[in-house]
Every structure is written in C-alpha cells, then in structure tokens.
Design a protein around this ligand. Structure first.
Ligand SMILES: CC(C)[C@H](C(=O)O)[C@@H](O)C(=O)O
Ligand code: SF4
Length: 430
C-alpha cells in the first residue's frame, strides 16, 4: 500500500502523522501512538494510554516486574487500573492472600484499585470513563477488546507483556489488517446485539479474524451496552481488536477526537454483510463459540442452569430484557437462574426500578457483581452433567466447572425464556 504522508507538529509539540490516504480506525489510533503514519503490517513501538490488570493475573504480573525484571515501581501509576473481579470475593485462602498482595501493591504504588463488588474490569473502565474514544488500551485479559465499544483500540496481553508495560510504559505490536462488518437494518423484537455477535462468530469462525481489527459499520443507532456486547466477542473470532465507530450515543457521551473518522475508502481485508432485520435468535452449542446455529435447531434442549451475567451480557439492559419476560412468572422448578450484575452501578440501576425485584420474585439467585460463574471458579460452578445456557462469551469444555458439563451461549432474552420453560426457548414463543 503506498502512502502519501504529511507530518505536522501539534501545538503540544509532539510530532503526529496526518495522512492523505484513508486509514482504518486501528491505523488512525496506532498512527497517533506511533507518532507517524502507519499501515497494516508495520511493526511499531507504542506507549499505551491505559493498562488494566485484574485479580487473576496481577499477582504474577507484579512478580515478573519486581523479581524477574528487577523493576520496583510502575512507569506511571496514573495510567494503570487494577480491578478485583474474577474470583471476587475470594473463595479460597490462596485467592484471598493473592488479592491482599495486590491491594498492598496498588496502595504502595498509588494505582487506582477497584475492589471486590465494584464489577467486571471491562464494565468498570467504561463506567469510570477511563476508557475513551481514540485511546490505546491493553489489559491482562483477552476480552480487553471490549474497549472498542467506546471507539478505543483495546487488546489483551499475557502476564509477561503486561509486566513489561508496567515496568517501561512501552510495548510493540504489528499494525493489524481490518475486517469490516457492515450491518444493515435493525433487530426485530426478541433479537439483540448478542445474536449479532454470535452470527459474526458463525460467519467468520473462531480463526476468521486472527490478528485483525474488526470494524463494525452501520450501527450508529446501537446503544452503548449493545456495542459492549459486540466488541467483547471480537476475540472469539481471533481478533486483536474490535472497534465500533464512536458515533451516536458514544459521541454524545464521550466526545471523540476529530481525527477519528470512518473512511469508506480505507483498505479492508474483507467485508462481511449482515442484515439485522432478518437475524434470528442465535445459539452457540457446546464446546466452541463458532458452533452457532439458529435457535430453532436446538429448541427444546433441556438445561439445568441459566446464567445471566458477564462482560458480554451482564448489564442493566440485559437484566431488564430478562425481567420483561419473567414479570409475573416463575422460573422452571428444576432450573437455577444465576444473575451476576456486571458492576455495582448496573446492580443499582436494576434496583431503582422493579427489574431486580421482578427477577428475584421469579426465583433468580443474585450474586456479587463481577465475573461470577463465567470461569467456573465460584458462585455457581457446574457439576457433572449440568447443562448451562449462559449469556457469556465462551463455551469451552469444562470452562464453568465439570468437564462433562455443557454450555450453550445465547442472548438475555433467550436466557429468560429458557429459565421459564427449562428448555432452550425463543423469547417470542412464550
Ligand atoms: C482470567 C483471564 C486471563 C481470562 C481472559 O483472558 O479472558 C478470563 O477473563 C476469561 O474470560 O477467560
Ligand atoms: S466476565 Fe467472563 S469473559 Fe468477562 S472478563 Fe470475566 S471471566 Fe472473562
């Protein structure tokens, strides 16, 4: 790709590339961070705007930084956030000790810590407006692509890479190619952003966007929570990032920078077209996220547990959608309906109207905001032969507990309908 590039000096004095050719959103964000115009395939060294760590990996990140790299203090405490969300509150002595060590570290270093009960890292960073359009954000969690919901380039990294950023403030990456998903129309009643996310997994498959950035077009009307659902699942198709252009509600809430614009002439490796009008409820069967079919193909499958939660679908609107169906009804007597709000703020929103009361009156069990049973480590771990319908993003074998258990993934609407009948059920069939 040949570029015709102009460079200019911003008032701040830093040299920033401005480009005559159309760039993808990922190229625009990474050009700002690299200080020059970059395109897919370039190797760059960048200084991220924000680096997130959570209770699962922070203990080992701290060890690698201090013991292996020999660096005592983080590069800039103001650019780091730690969230205790994965097994929170702690369920074992080992977890409790690890979390206490992380608390001590955050206090000593002056790092902002979101403690037990505040919520899932990806939800908290958006609520706190720490994640904003145009930012480059890395997190010690594969679903850090979720920050694409607000027009940021978010990506997950492992312990060693995050430890290196905490120590030096820098990291390197290859600028990804971009795959465009172009959505037309709107969802009909009973269909939501989760069905779109699952449809994208079905069409692109788990390896279909390997190392790419995915741009979602045609969704200016989609509310923030729907964008979060969509962006959180970008990693399930192998993507490095998944970015929803910061238009509509996100533009109103977070004022994106002028330089971040969709350019229809940008180079896309591939374009996937989806008609939202014709989308049916989608379900991912065990044990792969792209084993997706129309709900009608698995309708009637017996389940023992329904889980409403996670960074993909644990927000107020998800609980509300479930409450609309559960209002005046009871869940099936052989079903456990576990509800784990994505954050304390989402829980409070559900308390302000009759959402929470409706869910609990229908027989749901409420747990502390956080990841809940998503990874099977507490608050509802599945036993042998349990069959769970989850609003989460992963259905790998044994993820939520026993290796012989099974996980189906679907929307909150399908979760509520299924909790009522005890079998996989479409929301409009009630
Ligand atoms: C524990 C963490 C490292 C993991 C991830 O990276 O995604 C978890 O959040 C998950 O959803 O599987
Ligand atoms: S809610 Fe689930 S998918 Fe999201 S960060 Fe937590 S464990 Fe990972």
């Amino acid at each position: 790709m040949s570029l015709s590039v102009r460079s200019h000096v911003e008032s701040s004095g830093s040299r920033v590339a401005s480009v005559d050719v159309a760039q993808t959103l990922a190229e625009q964000i990474l050009s700002r961070k690299a200080g020059r115009a970059v395109c897919a395939g370039d190797m760059i060294v960048v200084e991220p705007d924000l680096v997130m760590g959570h209770d699962s990996l922070s203990p080992s990140i701290i060890r690698v930084m201090q013991e292996q790299l020999g660096v005592e203090r983080v590069f800039d405490a103001g650019k780091i956030a730690i969230v205790l969300d994965h097994v929170s509150p702690a369920s074992t002595v080992g977890t409790a000790n690890n979390q206490n060590a992380v608390r001590r570290f955050a206090r000593e270093q002056g790092i902002q810590l979101f403690d037990v009960g505040r919520g899932i890292c990806h939800q908290v960073l958006v609520e706190e407006r720490l994640a904003r359009p145009g930012m480059l954000i890395f997190g010690s969690d594969s679903h850090s692509c979720s920050y694409g919901a607000v027009g940021a380039f978010g990506s997950g990294m492992g312990t060693t890479d995050i430890a290196l950023i905490w120590a030096t403030g820098k990291t390197w990456l290859r600028v990804p190619e971009t795959i465009r998903v172009r959505v037309s129309g709107r969802f009909r009643s009973g269909v939501s952003a989760k069905d779109l996310a699952l449809r994208i997994c079905r069409d692109l498959t788990i390896a279909g966007a390997t190392y790419a950035s995915v741009e979602y077009h045609g969704l200016d009307w989609l509310p923030l929570e729907g964008r979060q659902t969509l962006a959180s699942m970008a990693v399930e198709i192998g993507a490095k990032a998944g970015i929803v252009p910061p238009t509509g509600v996100v533009a109103e809430r977070l004022t994106p920078p002028d330089w971040l614009q969709v350019h229809p002439d940008a180079t896309y490796a591939r374009t996937l077209e989806i008609d939202a009008d014709r989308l049916e409820p989608q379900v991912a069967r065990p044990h792969q996220v792209d084993a997706v079919c129309n709900l009608s193909e698995v309708e009637g499958t017996r389940v023992s547990t329904v889980f409403l939660g996670t960074c993909t679908n644990g927000r107020y609107e998800d609980m509300r959608a479930a409450a609309n169906l559960l209002s005046g009804r009871r869940i099936h007597p052989e079903i456990r309906l576990m509800i784990t709000p994505a954050s304390s703020q989402e829980l409070q929103r559900a308390m302000r109207d009759d959402t929470l009361n409706t869910l609990i009156s229908a027989g749901a069990t409420l747990t502390t905001p956080g990841c809940g049973m998503c990874m099977g480590r507490h608050q509802g771990t599945l036993g042998d032969d349990d069959v769970c319908l989850s609003t989460g993003n992963r259905n790998f074998r044994g993820r939520m507990g026993a290796p012989s258990s099974q996980i189906y993934l679907a929307s909150p609407e399908v979760a509520a309908a299924t909790a009522i009948t005890g079998r996989i059920t479409a929301p409009f069939d009630l």
